[in-house]
Ligand binder design. Structure first.
Ligand code: SF4
Length: 632
């Protein structure tokens, strides 16, 4: 509880990006400035909008700077020095993943930028933005958050520099990181900073190490006395021995899942302290959050469309978390494996509001979450004692409870909302869960596929699937048969879009040939396959670096670009080859943003944006065209 009463602040039409907008709101200063590597879209799928509106809801005046210059302070000073702190995020993707392909070539586009162009955010955005904020406002606390900071919170393998990097907190010199889903921690942090007379890290550290969901640097004496401490291998030990990275990664996964220990990692004589994730928003909190008046549109000052804003305009997120724990994916490390679901009432309310947004087409493009058919799932046991790294593999845990029929009923209720003509589930489905209830699966296939079902077998060879923590391939084959049967029954021409991956640790060229043979036997010719990218913080990245499985047993790893290309080329003979003179060697920091990518700041009225129909990322419809995807 705070010692002060938070003021009530009216939610603005959109969070301000300029002084002029602040004046219209009657705000003479900001309490918190959010700096993000994305363009600002006032939609709950974007971290800056989500946390910004949540903080306003809790009595703080918040402004947003999207994709500022990082070589000069002009953009971040536009609205003046905030009274409390600046929150910095690299954006919806790790900035290195946003900039470079699996073959370390520069990407030419960025779906989170106006006009969809690349180059509007720096490499290692958390570090670059923290530096520019600290130059602009000396002494102002800077708090990191979002996917880049969250997954780089301890020592991690960095694919783009082929090295083990220390916690990004130390490299950035920010005051703290809020890791994972930060609604509770950021409000507690704002309260703590507001109450403090001395806002230096020295004075605030004893308070911060008691707020859940934070990373703070200090010394051993700063660890709370009553804490149950989980000591990770030191950064230096991990640099010296790749097996220590596997150990640290698995320990961190468990700490997030069990949610009770303080993690400690020593780095060059300093100590990085991670408080436990703490209480996350459950149904009531998620409903409250979703009920805030997001306009769902990109900020009206932008003169070009932000592709991702169009993609998510008609989609609804029903829950957070993923129980799968796939080793290549970092979602569970960020959102957790526990599923937190919104209520049906809240989902339907959001859909009703969507039908009132200018440009409404009658179609809901997606109702789902990280894995669509986990809505309402829960663990019937004591998660704080659970030692499994996945609730679903090697077999579905007997304590894992989810009613697939509830999800179908939710979709049917969404369809019944007035002026909704089509409802589709575009999020990926978890096949092993779907197969536990054939009747519900039939309904899903017949009523809510909308032409394409995205499923992620990832591979066909079971020893590779095991390393991925995915279900055996038989589940996918069973699903395919049912899919064809039910689609025919419904008289619909529908396709399965299988996500496939090459060059995963443990996957040999023979394994890729086996996958290729299987695809040919089905008459499938993939157009896109994801070449494995070792994402910071993931168990698969640790295996890639160590060249062993998680038990320390040596495995083959296609590590060089040549070996990765060779594997990729088995399925994609002409794709992924570096162009002459392009993208060779280590990626360079990309300098200042290109002027063409900068959003115009013309202080237009708030209601001027009208989304175009469709957008540049329309999905293709062919059973033989597996999609590429970026994962977090
Ligand atoms: S006990 Fe089972 S269902 Fe519960 S968290 Fe552990 S693996 Fe998941």
């Amino acid at each position: 509880m705070t010692a002060f009463k938070r003021p009530h602040i009216e939610q603005p039409p959109v969070l301000p990006m300029t002084r002029k907008e602040m004046d219209k709101l009657g705000w003479d200063e900001l309490d918190i400035l959010l700096v993000t590597g994305d363009g600002y879209v006032d939609h709950p799928s974007f971290g800056a909008a989500l946390l910004g509106r949540w903080l306003v809801h809790h009595g703080y005046r918040v402004g947003v700077v999207g994709q500022p210059r990082w070589d000069a302070p002009d953009d971040v000073t536009r609205m003046g020095r905030p009274t409390l702190f600046a929150g910095v995020t690299g954006g919806s993707l790790d900035s290195m993943l946003a900039h470079y392909t699996a073959f370390r070539k520069k990407r030419s586009d960025d779906a989170y930028t106006p006009g969809g162009q690349a180059g509007a955010r720096p490499n290692r955005a958390c570090i670059a933005y923290t530096n520019v904020v600290q130059r602009a406002f000396p002494g102002l606390p800077v708090i990191l958050g979002g996917i880049e900071a969250s997954l780089r919170r301890i020592s991690h393998y960095d694919f783009w520099s082929d090295s083990v990097r220390r916690s990004v907190l130390l490299d950035s010199k920010a005051m703290a990181i809020t890791y994972g889903m930060a609604e509770n921690s950021i409000v507690a942090l704002a309260d703590a900073i507001r109450e403090a007379e001395d806002r230096s890290i020295k004075a605030l550290r004893p308070v911060l190490v008691n707020i859940p969901g934070l990373v703070v640097a200090g010394a051993r004496k700063d660890i709370p006395e009553d804490a149950s401490v989980l000591e990770l291998p030191s950064h230096e030990a991990i640099q010296a021995d790749p097996q220590e990275l596997i150990k640290a990664t698995l320990l961190l996964e468990r700490q997030v899942h069990q949610n009770k220990q303080v993690v400690v990692q020593e780095t060059a004589g300093r100590v990085v302290i991670l408080t436990p994730p703490g209480e996350q928003l459950q149904t009531e909190g998620l409903d409250e959050l979703a009920g805030l008046p997001f306009s769902r549109l990109q900020h009206p000052s932008y003169t070009e469309r932000i592709p991702s804003a169009d993609m998510i305009l008609a989609s609804v997120t029903t829950h957070r978390g993923c129980a799968g724990g796939c080793s290549f994916c970092t979602l569970a490390l960020h959102q957790g494996r526990q599923i937190r679901s919104r209520s049906k009432k809240s989902v339907l309310k959001e859909v009703e509001r969507m039908t009132e947004v200018k440009g409404w087409t009658g179609s809901i493009s997606d109702v789902g979450g990280p894995s669509a058919n986990m809505w309402g799932a829960h663990c019937a046991s004591d998660q704080s004692k659970c030692k499994r790294s996945s609730c679903l593999t090697p077999a579905i845990c007997k304590h894992y409870k989810v009613a697939q029929s509830d999800f179908v009923n939710l979709l049917r209720s969404v369809s019944d909302v007035q002026s909704v003509k089509h409802v589709r589930v575009a999020s990926g489905w978890r096949i092993d869960l779907a197969l536990t209830d054939m009747r519900s699966l039939s309904c899903l296939i017949q009523e809510f596929v909308g032409g394409q079902a995205k499923v992620a077998p990832e591979h066909q060879v079971n020893h590779v699937l095991k390393l991925m923590r995915k279900p055996g391939f038989e589940a996918f084959e069973k699903f395919l048969n049912l899919f064809d049967k039910e689609s025919k029954k419904a008289g619909k021409r529908q396709y399965v879009i299988p996500y496939l991956m090459s060059a995963f640790p443990g996957c040999t060229d023979e394994d890729m040939h086996a996958l290729g043979d299987w695809l040919r036997s089905q008459g499938w010719k993939p157009e896109q396959v994801q070449c494995f990218i070792p994402l910071p913080g993931s168990a698969a990245a640790a295996m890639f670096h160590a060249e062993t499985d998680m038990d320390g047993k040596p495995i083959y790893v296609a590590k060089s670009d040549a070996a990765r290309l060779r594997q990729h080329g088995i399925l994609m003979p002409t794709r992924g080859r570096p162009q002459k003179g392009k993208g060779k060697g280590k990626p360079q920091r990309s300098g200042k943003p290109s002027g063409a990518n900068r959003p115009a700041r013309d202080d237009k009225p708030f209601n001027s944006s009208n989304p175009k129909k469709g957008g540049p990322n329309k999905k293709r419809s062919s059973r033989s065209k597996p999609h590429n995807k970026k994962r977090y």
